[in-house]
Design a protein around this ligand. Structure first.
Ligand code: BTN
Length: 263
């Protein structure tokens, strides 16, 4: 099978939007859109995602053939793909549930998967990844919570990083579509296992205020569906969305916003 196309742009509002437009014109699974700058990049839970110079904005088209309720486990699979790619570039990332890639306690990459056209015959998932590669100075509001590959001494060539990430993520899209589970590496890389945590399900995660938080001990994830397992005083619970608040780790990134969005 031929390699899916890669479309590169100097500037886009959002690579996720461009990838969706291409998908609706027929782009195949694995088609990649990258941009050097985004003017309206978005993150999970309504956050603005900034793309500082030296950062990678990339979005993949995915046409799921699995049942849509099984698509939730795609995001942790992609997180493992990114972790493998980063390891090949010389760093040792960890994962903060559900889909933040950390170096040390700071965020180096985030994932935003958006599901479209669910009522039609050909649903589309756009897998968006923001990755800080060759960023040596962040704006004030990100300095505490964000980091980059270059700050950890890794290969910081954007083309090389794009190649490594796209290879591993495309592999994950195929693995997931064939019915694969979340690789066990996800659990090995997960931060906070055995520790007390809060999952914020409310609207104020970025302030550190747990809102309607669920508190317990982090047990791990289910590999069949990516759900987080927590031991609470009322028994074990499983969560498929929320924001993990863990002492000593940033609550959110990469800049707070106010728009509402379904992730
Ligand atoms: C998060 O951690 O909140 C997810 C961030 C995802 C950002 C990427 S950058 C490329 C793609 N285009 C967007 O507008 N968002 C995603």
């Amino acid at each position: 099978m031929s390699r899916p196309a890669h479309h590169h742009f100097e500037e886009l509002p959002s690579t996720n939007d461009k990838a969706l437009a291409l998908a609706r014109e027929g782009a195949v699974t694995g088609t990649l859109v990258t941009a050097e700058r985004q003017t309206a990049g978005r993150g999970r839970q309504g956050r603005v995602w900034t793309t500082p110079s030296g950062s990678l904005a990339m979005s993949f088209v995915h046409r799921p053939s699995r049942a849509l309720e099984e698509v939730a486990s795609l995001t942790p699979c992609v997180a493992v793909g990114i972790a493998r790619a980063l390891a090949s570039l010389g760093v040792a990332p960890r994962i903060k549930w559900p889909n933040d890639l950390l170096l040390g306690k700071q965020k180096v990459a985030g994932i935003l998967c958006e599901l479209h056209d669910v009522t039609g015959p050909a649903p589309i998932v756009i897998v968006g990844i923001g990755l800080n590669v060759d960023v040596d100075a962040f704006p004030d509001e990100l300095r505490e919570i964000a980091t980059s590959l270059v700050q950890h001494g890794a290969a910081a060539d954007l083309a090389r990083v794009t190649e490594a990430v796209s290879r591993e993520v495309r592999r994950m899209l195929v693995l997931h579509d064939r019915g694969g589970e979340v690789p066990t590496e996800y659990s090995d890389l997960l931060v906070g296992v055995g520790e007390p945590i809060t999952i914020s399900t409310g609207a104020r995660p970025s302030s550190g205020d747990p809102g309607d938080g669920i508190t317990g001990i982090l047990l791990g994830v289910r590999h069949d569906n990516g759900a987080l397992r927590i031991q609470t005083p009322e028994g074990e619970r499983e969560l498929t969305s929320g924001e993990l608040l863990l002492t000593g780790y940033p609550a959110a990134g990469q800049v707070n916003g106010t728009e509402n969005m379904t992730t």
